[in-house]
Design a protein around this ligand. Structure first.
Ligand SMILES: Cc1cc2nc3c(=O)[nH]c(=O)nc-3n(C[C@H](O)[C@H](O)[C@H](O)COP(=O)(O)O)c2cc1C
Length: 197
């Protein structure tokens, strides 16, 4: 019997539709499709997602009670075999669009650690993840904040952060096009993610 196609969710976290992370993510999506995956692309700036309101309605059953576009995305995050997240660095962290999504997944954190009482660090990370980020500057610590946030976000989703692509000194829209090797690497990373998922 033919093995079912891997489901990959690709989340665009930049407000710029044709920005550097979007162009890199597009390549990763191409790579993932090339490897036979069924890829769904989600552009966060097109969705209406409220920030977490910290009302802890999720303590009932682990589901956020705010009725907006997060609800459908939450199901997709749970259903995928692999996740590719792309976000630019904004003030040494992920973009606001990305952080709002991450904060809404506190509902999942509540389910995992408060409702189901799973001891931290014991859930096997069965799904695979790729994080793509770029920043304008060159600092050694440029990605430290975002990486910590993304690592814990992936952990709550039981996703192994299998690969990260981090590029410095990209600022204006399309700057990444001057580096075809970055785009090729993103395509290969998308392919590898599916093959390892
Ligand atoms: C609100 C904002 C905050 C930013 N903060 C940083 C920063 O802390 N460090 C940095 O190197 N670049 C920073 N940048 C520059 C972006 O990371 C850079 O322009 C990047 O290429 C944008 O990626 P995108 O085209 O995918 O949106 C910032 C840009 C904006 C708009």
């Amino acid at each position: 019997m033919e093995e079912s196609r891997k489901k990959v969710l690709a989340v665009y976290g930049s407000p710029r539709r044709k920005g550097n992370t979007s162009l890199l993510l597009k390549q990763a999506v191409l790579g993932a499709r090339d490897a036979g995956a069924d890829v769904e692309e989600v552009v966060l700036r097109d969705l209406k997602i409220s920030p977490c309101l910290e009302i802890y309605g999720c303590m009932q059953n682990g589901r956020c009670v705010i009725k907006d576009d997060f609800q459908e995305l939450y199901d997709k995050l749970l259903a995928c075999d692999a996740l590719i997240l792309a976000s630019p660095i904004f003030f040494y962290s992920v973009s606001a669009h990305t952080k709002i999504l991450i904060d809404r997944c506190q509902s999942l954190w509540v389910k995992k650690y408060w409702i189901d009482k799973i001891p931290p660090g014991t859930t096997p990370l069965m799904k695979k993840g790729l994080f793509i980020s770029v920043g304008a500057t060159r600092g050694k610590k440029l990605f430290d904040g975002a990486l910590l946030t993304v690592r814990y976000f992936f952990d709550v989703l039981n996703i192994d952060l299998a690969e990260v692509l981090l590029y410095r000194e990209l600022d204006f829209e399309g700057d990444v096009l001057k580096h075809p090797e970055y785009l090729e690497k993103a395509c290969a990373a998308g392919k590898n993610l599916v093959l390892s998922a």
